[in-house]
Design a protein around this ligand. Sequence first.
Ligand SMILES: [Zn+2]
Length: 346
Amino acid sequence: MDLEALRALPKAELHQHLDGAIRPETAVELAAEAGISLDLDGARARMIAPPHCRDQAELLTYFDLPIALLQTTPALSRVSAELVEAMASDGVRYGEIRWAPRLHLERGLAVTAVIEAVAAGVEEAARRLGDTAPLIALIVTAMRSHPPGANVELARTAAAFGEPVVGFDLAGPEATYPAPPHAAAFRAAEEGGLALTAHAGEVPGPERIREAIDLGVRRIAHGVTSAQDPATIALVRERDVTLDLCPTSNVQAGIVPDLAAHPLARLHRAGVSVTISTDDRTVSNTTLSEEMARSALAQEMTADELAAIALNGFRRGFWRGLALSRLTDLAQRAWGAWAVTEPAIS
Ligand SMILES: [Zn+2]
């Protein structure tokens, strides 16, 4: 399969984290500004996770440096703009960027200022990119480990911000922190008009996926462990919940041993709505085009299957309004034409 052809196709990416996508070169400069000693090798070693971590908890340690560096308005805006540029050069035409504003308050910023800084970076990238700028929506992430009351406040602030913030998410160590204590935050987000998603299914057992579905989410970030349990697959399908899967990241977190064992294609064939994303361009050292190419090859997908999964990204996006419908039409034509010329993936 031609990676360049995939790169040129219009793509949607629904699951990626701002803090997992800092360019190592940028990290070195931000560290210098923050008085942290860091060279390029050090930045790479602390931000790019190995192919196989022990578990999700170990993978999460690769976000410690990024979080430390993203504590000022200029740093947040710069990294946001650079991520949008990276997505544009990868052919992403619609992207949702998520991050946890409450992790960026260490040096005095308020939650609203953090959201403003990221939105300003996205706008700056749009100015620089002009016609090639992707449509970008933001998802505000609440941390499982944070106090439920603080997350309710976060949901209200995120909802009050308005566009480009369109969604509300939950993330963090699943093994230790269940989702139900954060149900009130999800109600507040929903009442404020935000679309709901949550991270779940990166640790063994389908319970965390059921908890996320009980929060009323339309999409689950990962949800990989649903594949182990027919009843959970049935529930995900019945509620029409989309799983935003990130194959390389899931291998790194130790949920599956390798890409061939990832349930992406199997879930798609079982009628579950799935999408492909990078999760973290830097931490997982990948691009969306590469994720699509590698997954399609490892799982022996047909071109039609890959096209259908790619189009789910547009159809299941949280952005409301014509801009996304227009992009969906464009993507449908482009992927349809590609699938005709690419009958077998090899
Ligand atoms: Zn994620």
